[in-house]
Ligand binder design. Structure first.
Ligand code: PLP
Length: 396
């Protein structure tokens, strides 16, 4: 097969935007250390601060509220780690409170670091979601108490695309005098995000989910919130994250954001139209399927669907042979045969969760590709089901 694969895994990562590629090539000549005082250092510093300003403006923050980190995972770990640190700074940050509330559908980097907190003695509560993956404000209210220091709830889910009402959840949290963090890795760059309007204390972003480079993330820390670094030993990032800045990554990230400012709104509308082609196509041609996630409060390019009587891994491999790249569950979890914790939390049976595929669209996908995907998936599901011993046995 000579044609380029149809890439439908943009929630795992995105290809570099052509403008980002150009700036990265240019940046290869800019080798100065942003902390150096000579001209090369000052040029690197100027470019880093220019990127910081672009990212801050995009989410309505101040540049001094943004620190660059190595990934979305690092930003999330940094926030959670403050809940078990015994330094004076961390005690102040969490107002001497020790409990954490998060949800059952977070990305593994939150689930795993919260498990680690639990092992060190920090009580952690995992809030349930409904069948669409929505967190009810009353469920959060029910679990808040005067020992809760931090609530961490993701803005948009990476597997099913469901978007939470972060403004309401943050408001409820603040009424309890607790801090609020949101993992907005899948949201920023896809839907409008305004940190002042949402009134969150911490917010996580990642470059490679919005056509920027991998290995670069940012953490928003609201002005005035006490903060304790995870990585120490340098004055970089206002003393909040040690280590010589990843100048290439930062500048590429800034350019990716600059392009999102231009493209996000029109792209969002276009991706919704492409998703509609898939949804109606699957509904018409493939029986016994279930769409997962919220029908409207959902990322424009994310479609998660379960097929009775077909394993997600088999679907993925057959589609790959036909030149279509999708995912089963989150990229970090693939390789593991455990059913997706997100789908299980929405009440799906293990069988249905196993038969699920995530399609996540991006800026280079076309309507023509969507029609090919519908036709191919219909053939693949028919083939797998014809070999299945369980299909037709009323799987729930
Ligand atoms: C919701 C969410 N949070 C965090 C991350 C981790 O981001 P990174 O890959 O930059 O570490 C991901 C990546 O898939 C994600 O989807």
């Amino acid at each position: 097969m000579n044609r380029k694969p149809i890439y439908l895994d943009h929630n795992a990562t995105t290809p570099l935007h052509p403008e980002v590629k150009k700036i990265l090539i240019e940046m290869m000549e800019i080798y100065g250390n942003p902390s150096s005082l000579h001209s090369d250092g000052r040029e690197a510093r100027r470019r880093v601060e220019d990127a910081r300003e672009k990212i801050a403006t995009f989410i309505n923050a101040r540049p001094d509220e943004i620190i660059f980190v190595g990934s979305g995972s690092e930003a999330n770990n940094t926030v959670l780690s403050m809940m078990s640190c015994s330094s004076k700074q961390c005690q102040m940050t969490r107002k001497m409170r020790d409990e954490v509330i998060t949800t059952k559908i977070e990305h593994p980097c939150i689930i795993e670091s919260s498990k680690c907190l639990k092992e060190r003695g920090t009580p952690v509560t995992y809030i349930d979601v409904d069948e669409f993956g929505i967190i009810y404000p009353d469920d959060l209210r029910k679990h808040l108490n005067s020992n809760v220091g931090l609530v961490s709830i993701m803005m948009a889910n990476n597997e099913i695309g469901t978007i939470q009402d972060i403004k309401t959840l943050a408001e409820i949290t603040h009424k309890n005098d607790s801090l609020f963090h949101t993992d907005a890795v899948q949201a920023v760059g896809k839907i409008p995000v305004d940190v002042k309007d949402l009134n969150v204390d911490f917010l996580t972003i990642s470059g490679h989910k919005m056509y920027g480079p991998k290995g670069i993330g940012a953490l928003y820390i609201k002005h005035g919130i006490p903060f304790c670094p995870l990585i120490r030993g340098g004055h970089q990032e206002m003393g909040r994250r040690a280590g010589t800045e990843n100048t290439l990554g930062i500048v590429g990230f800034g350019k990716a954001i600059e392009m999102r400012v231009i493209e996000m709104e029109s792209e969002g509308k276009r991706l919704l139209e492409l998703k509609k082609i898939l949804r109606t196509g699957f509904e018409k041609s493939i029986p016994d399927i279930k769409f997962n996630g919220h029908p409207t409060e959902c990322l424009p390019g994310t479609l998660n669907v379960s097929f009775d009587g077909a394993e997600g891994e088999s679907i993925l491999l057959y589609l790959d042979l036909a030149g279509i790249e999708v995912s089963t569950g989150s990229a970090c979890a693939s390789g593991s045969l455990d059913p997706s914790h997100v789908l299980l939390a929405t009440g799906l049976s293990a069988e249905r969760a196993h038969g699920s595929v995530r399609i996540s669209l991006g800026r280079e996908n076309t309507a023509e590709e969507m029609h090919y995907v519908v036709k191919t998936l219909e053939e693949v599901i028919r083939k797998i089901r014809s070999m299945s011993t369980i299909y037709g046995r009323n799987v729930k």
